[in-house]
Design a protein around this ligand. Sequence first.
Ligand code: FES
Ligand SMILES: [Fe+2]
Length: 415
Amino acid sequence: MPARNSKQWTANPPLQRGEWIDSRVYTDDAIFEEELELIFKRTWIPVCHESELPKPYDFRTTSIAREPVIICRGPDNVVRAFLNVCPHRGMIIERRPSGSFYEGQPSGNPKRMTCMFHAWQFDMKGSCVYVSREKEGYQDRLCKEDVGLRRLRCEVKFGGFVWVSLADDPVPLEDWAGAPFECLRKTLDAEPLEVFHYHKAIVDTNYKLWHDTNCEFYHDFMHYHNRVTGFNDAYFARKNEAFDHGHIVVGTFEVNYDQYEGFESRAGLSFPHLPPNQWYMIDLFPGMNFNLRGSALRCDVVTPLGPNKTMIEFRGLGLKRDTKEERQTRINHHNSIWGPFGRNLHEDLIGVQGQGVTMRPGSESRRILHGRQENQTIHDENGMRHYYDEWGRWMNRLPSDPEKSYSPPATIAAE
Ligand code: FES
Ligand SMILES: [Fe+2]
């Protein structure tokens, strides 16, 4: 068919429903607000890695669905998470991105989280341990025991990542993500890992578009490096496997790094229990990605800031016991592909920003195709179909027509 007029352009494609979605899921303000409430406030988020809080009293701050969160390591070495909100009058307690409570601050006692507004203090378990002029102001009506911090569910798991949920009763973390992590569990839990790279990007695109690009490898046509080091029979046989809760895993094969001029095999620094130069990818609903390329692990976590604005935090990890030389090699391997000046990462960002340009709030609704069927191998788009089915369930909206209530794809196909 030649280029289409408006009616043809907006007509549904000749695919099954479930094989395409409506772009309003990326552009609609009300849908975005619902996603924060119904998805991000109820799921698990890997907010950081334990190596970023190595010592007792170390902390990091972040946010989930606009709620400020603080993660700290107690003197008992346990990592805990709390809302970073003072129970007195709601000031944010800690404003630094990271640091330590071990030493005193101009407006904070050592070993305490101190709200600088009226000097209330909390210990590393979130208990209130000091209310200034407590008796004078509250007599016997309110005491420290009544005003602890809001504790959040927090677990260190799957290679030492710190998982936090705002919900009191999320699906148990093991049930949530244990199955997709099975392919790398022995590898990630063999010995302590350490973050050696962190950067974040704020991108004018929807968070799901970023996750989409992590869920499909058809876009390897954009990555010259991947074509040169990968496009062979083993690459095209890689399985794209769906798991409960909207997650997928892209199976491994051996990458031929030496086919790319200037690159070298990563075999010498393979992660434990893996053959050389393997490449696994675990994509967790609603927007987390664990990407192990032989000698370096990358983790992406999205924070949705608006329908068309997303913060992505990127971490690179190696083995904690690396020698100085090994670590430098791992950093080079990581950065040559995923660093800001690497081969691939900026190409992915160009791709999703290009989508973001055509899908801003108010843009005309259009159909986004997820209909490639290749026996659930690497260029199949089953990962996205699987993701949006899960999204529909959480949101009670039909991804192909978000004004309608969710119904499963089998029902849709029979309509
Ligand atoms: S708002 Fe924190 S002590 Fe008053
Ligand atoms: Fe990519």
